[in-house]
Design a binder for this molecule. Structure first.
Ligand code: HEC
Ligand code: HEC
Length: 404
């Protein structure tokens, strides 16, 4: 049986054995069913980044974990990655716009499943997780460090020096070239650690798998309001066209009608992201890409800023979205309900890009808005907080430290 006919068969089984309260049961048509099944299975096989030779390497992950919580990486000794990406807050800061040493104009995204991205940052200004990680370290409003400071911190602390050596060997004598290599390696270790932020299964995943198996009894455990919300999401809402696939993101950039005026100007989004990417000497076209085949750099070679990219931002994943308020690239909406109402009342004439015919005002009734919110909440992994705390709680003991 082809994949498609299996889906159709599964949908028919569900329709046939749907619960007695037939007027309440939610029926998914063929297209909706196919769309829903594409949101899984979950979890997906682990990500390995060919451009980062320590991706998946336990020694690098241990160093990355130590660095992620290390405030001394910033010269004032106050701002670590975790300052904005807190484990207890689903790797965010609960602020509309982030603040480190100074104030930023963008919202801190959650880092769950971030390794599955193709581009990094709301504007996709980085083409790898590790090259993105260099950005907050050097950004004057985030951690405000430079390569020399990072290399010095890594050499000065016995624990960090030992962890570094375990992952990369000795850092070599101090020189601008060696310091820069240490910075890049630190970023690769951070990336290896952040790749382990994989969220667990959700009520939605159980429903999706039941649908695939044609198991109506298990499927019926998924709350009806979430089912109705899912029907809007995968059907007339078109949400799944952009929030696509197992991680609920197509990895692309869109204008969803969020105003891009910021303090002192505009946020050009993807347009500036592509320019930043081209100018970044840590991009995948540069010397620090560990992928000898060169395949990973193809996307970077071919990307080109177009006028329509102005004001476009990356489609975020929706796994655990309930836990990372406020929402959108500028933190404009405090609740999921506000996001849903935005899509419900969207002004199509304000969307300047040609590709956004997908978005039209949905004119949801209050119950439909509640249903869509209930569906979004069903994307929450009930173990997320424990998992995040477990990922952050392991003591940074370096095996070699006693012999140093
Ligand atoms: C001052 C707050 C702050 C600090 C400190 C910070 N971040 Fe972030 N992080 C953000 C913001 C804001 C964004 C969105 C940036 C953008 O799009 O311009 C972001 C984005 C990211 C992304 C991209 C996520 C995606 O979906 O594309 C990654 C990965 C990341 N940060 C990792 C780190 C690491 C690793 C560190 C430490 C080296 C760090 N961050 C330090 C606020 C912070
Ligand atoms: C045309 C592509 C597209 C469609 C269709 C779409 N989205 Fe989005 N979604 C995006 C983009 C892009 C963003 C980020 C926009 C920004 O920050 O400026 C976003 C943001 C969100 C967020 C906030 C996530 C966060 O972490 O900040 C939620 C929730 C959301 N969308 C849900 C939905 C729902 C529900 C629908 C259907 C009614 C939908 N989306 C339809 C592209 C889309």
């Amino acid at each position: 049986m082809s994949q498609m006919s299996r889906w159709i068969a599964a949908a028919m089984v569900l329709a046939a054995v749907a619960p007695a309260a037939a007027d309440e049961a939610v029926r998914f048509d063929e297209n909706e069913t196919a769309m829903i099944l594409r949101h899984g299975p979950w979890p997906q096989p682990p990500v390995r980044d060919p451009s980062n030779r320590v991706s998946g390497n336990p020694a690098a992950i241990a160093l990355g974990r130590a660095l992620f919580f290390e405030r001394r990486l910033s010269p004032g000794g106050v701002v670590s990655c975790a300052h904005c990406h807190a484990a207890s807050r689903s790797w965010t800061d609960a602020r509309a716009q982030a603040a480190g040493i100074g104030e930023l104009v963008r919202n801190t995204p959650s880092l769950w499943n971030v390794g599955r991205n193709r581009w990094f940052g709301w504007d996709g200004g980085s083409d790898s997780l590790w090259s993105f990680a260099i950005r907050p370290i050097l950004h004057p409003a985030e951690m405000g460090a430079d390569a020399g400071h990072v290399a010095l911190s890594l050499r000065a602390d016995r624990q960090l020096a030992c962890l570094y050596e375990g992952a990369f060997g000795l850092p070599g004598n101090r020189s601008p070239a060696n310091d820069e290599r240490v910075l890049v390696n630190a970023a690769k270790a951070l990336a290896a650690y952040v790749e382990t932020f994989v969220s667990g299964r959700t009520p939605f995943d159980d429903f999706r798998d039941a649908l695939e198996r044609g198991d109506a009894a298990s499927a019926a455990r998924y709350p009806l309001e979430a089912q109705r919300g899912l029907k809007i999401f995968a059907g007339r809402g078109n949400c799944a066209m952009c929030h696509f696939g197992p991680n609920f993101s197509n990895g692309e950039f869109h204008d969803t009608g969020i105003p891009f005026f910021v303090k002192g100007g505009v946020d050009p989004g993807r347009h500036a992201g592509i320019q930043r990417l081209g100018a970044d000497r840590f991009n995948l076209l540069g010397n620090y890409n560990d992928d000898r085949s060169g395949d990973s750099a193809t996307k970077t070679r071919h990307v080109d800023a177009q006028h329509r990219n102005f004001g476009e931002f990356k489609t975020p994943s929706l796994r655990n979205v309930e836990l990372s308020a406020p929402y959108m690239h500028n933190g404009r909406f405090a609740t999921l309900r506000e996001v849903v109402l935005h899509y419900s009342e969207i002004r199509a004439d304000r969307l300047h890009s040609d590709g956004e015919a997908l978005l039209k005002p949905l004119k949801l009734s209050p119950r439909e808005a509640d249903d869509l919110v209930a569906f979004l909440r069903s994307l929450t992994d009930p173990q997320a907080e424990q998992t995040a705390l477990a990922l952050s709680g392991i003591p940074n003991r370096c095996a070699g430290s006693t012999s140093r």
